[in-house]
Design a binder for this molecule. Structure first.
Ligand code: BEZ
Length: 253
């Protein structure tokens, strides 16, 4: 996982669309009273709290200590813990594992899926949504294009997310032992908050792209990328990002 600094307060104010859109995937989870459910990559805890409303017992894990601290403040009745999702150490404890907008950050997908498989009880299910093949392609292209125009293309890293195809992920699930019941790939254009929505998005989510640049260089690439995107992605005072989701439901039979 790339080193990202998550500003949990800013995230809650400007990027809360992550959990707002995530509410849709909860329908696939269909949590029931009495179930024990793990939320992997729980962030500030909003979706874990929604799951809890069904009467299930929820635990949330996230790699960011800052996010976990805010989740605990927001929802004191839920158990939140800082953990690396690629090395989970649970043993047949959960009826379901849920995850929203997290898997694309994780390089070690085998470790992630093995840990989840082991965490599930026999008959348990995994429901997750994350970036799929083609996700944010126009934003990545704009960053690469801006870096090239500024002669910085060899120092910008633009391929650190994992956006798999349907067949790639179904194969990963099945080779871990899961039965892949549903694997869907679909466009979900996503509105960003405010006039600086794209700038804020790049600063929060793409900061790893610029680890080899100094501050001025990173700012120059970001500003140029935003300008490249403006004619196509900024309409009627609103920015839109070209999200494509991979939504999965898999079970441990
Ligand atoms: C996503 O949810 O698709 C996403 C978020 C931040 C960076 C990359 C992808």
């Amino acid at each position: 996982m790339p080193e990202i600094h998550w500003d949990s307060t800013l995230y809650n104010e400007q990027h809360r669309f992550v959990s707002d859109y995530g509410a849709d995937v909860l329908q696939w989870l269909d949590a029931k009273a009495g179930e024990n459910i793990l939320d992997v990559g729980c962030g500030t805890g909003d979706l874990a709290a929604k799951i809890q409303e069904s009467g299930a017992t929820v635990s949330g894990v996230d790699a960011s200590a800052d996010m976990i601290e805010l989740a605990k403040q927001n929802y004191p009745t839920i158990q939140f813990e800082q953990k690396d999702a690629a090395v989970l150490d649970y043993n047949r404890e959960f009826d379901a594992v849920f995850s929203n907008a997290t898997f694309h950050w994780i390089e070690n997908q085998r470790g992630l899926l093995r840990g989840i498989f082991k965490a599930l009880k026999h008959g348990g299910r995994l429901v997750a949504e994350f970036g799929g093949k083609g996700n944010i392609k126009t934003i990545v292209d704009a960053i690469e294009n801006a870096a090239k125009q500024l002669g910085l293309e060899h120092r910008v890293i633009s391929n650190f997310w994992f956006f798999p195809s349907i067949s790639h992920y179904a194969t990963l699930l099945e080779s871990t032992g899961f039965e892949a019941e549903q694997v869907w790939l679909f466009d979900r254009p996503t509105k960003l908050v405010g006039e600086d929505g794209m700038l804020n998005w790049i600063n929060q989510f793409a900061q790893h792209a610029f680890v080899n640049l100094n501050e001025e260089e990173a700012e120059a690439v970001t500003d140029l990328a935003v300008n490249i995107l403006k004619p196509t992605h900024f309409k009627n005072g609103e920015w839109t990002a070209d999200y494509r989701r991979l939504r999965i439901k898999a079970s441990k039979r």
